[in-house]
Design a protein around this ligand. Structure first.
Ligand code: C5P
Length: 216
């Protein structure tokens, strides 16, 4: 049988990251958070004083991305995510990151990758594809609570909701590799699910695929 590659895609703050990490642990697979790559490119653009909206400049930086750049502090924060989504619209940036993601995905032991275009572009042949969604209101509430719990006091739900919607729009309407479910993705709406219930639902999907006889 083909290695177990699991693609988990979805919009910002849908809970993909937490879910993907738990699925990777459960099936003992290496895990790649591909959003971190775009976040790191955004950070290097800032450090290099480059223009995030210039495709060629951002692309040149993406081609020079080094694994050590993924350890920059604060990359998982909200503002780094905004910048990531700006550099992620550029074709040269996306192209520069394809080889690394594909080689991670093609490990013999299998892999879990989460992002926006894993099931559609990076791993169109992944054995399992899950598209995680939740309403913008639910995602904004979760993101607001998360930021408040990290001691950010300047956070207000309405602003976060507006940002979540703007990010959805930028990610879904871009010309290259827009955010959308692959035709063969399993949709997992977590609006009414807590993380444990979402995890159980994802495992059911994986187990069902694993039980299919003789699929390659
Ligand atoms: O998933 P995360 O919030 O870390 O992603 C940050 C941004 O990076 C996203 O809003 C998206 O624009 C971009 N991204 C992408 N393709 C991926 C992963 C992330 O375009 N596979």
């Amino acid at each position: 049988t083909a290695p177990l590659t699991i693609a988990i895609d979805g919009p910002a703050a849908a809970g993909k990251g937490t879910l993907a990490k738990r699925v990777a642990e459960r099936y003992r697979l290496p895990y790649l958070d591909t959003g971190l790559l775009y976040r790191a490119v955004g950070r290097q653009v800032t450090i290099g004083n480059a223009d995030p909206d210039d495709p060629e400049m951002a692309g040149a930086i993406a081609r020079k991305l080094d694994i050590a750049h993924l350890d920059e502090p604060g990359l998982r924060g909200h503002d780094a995510g905004e910048l990531a989504s700006r550099v992620a619209v550029h074709q040269p940036v996306r192209e520069a990151l394809v080889a690394f993601q594909r080689s991670f995905a093609s490990r013999a032991e299998g892999a879990v990758l989460d992002g926006r275009d894993i099931g559609t572009v990076i791993c169109p042949h992944a054995r399992v594809k899950i598209f995680v969604t939740a309403s913008p209101e639910v995602r904004a509430r979760r993101r607001t609570d998360e930021l408040l719990s990290h001691g950010r006091e300047d956070i207000d739900y309405d602003r976060i909701l507006a940002e979540v919607k703007a990010r959805d729009e930028r990610d879904s309407l871009r010309a290259v590799a827009p955010l959308r479910p692959a035709a063969d993705a399993h949709l997992l709406d977590t609006s009414e699910l807590d993380i444990d219930a979402a995890f159980r639902a994802a495992c059911e999907v994986v187990d069902r695929v694993l039980a299919e006889p003789g699929r390659h």
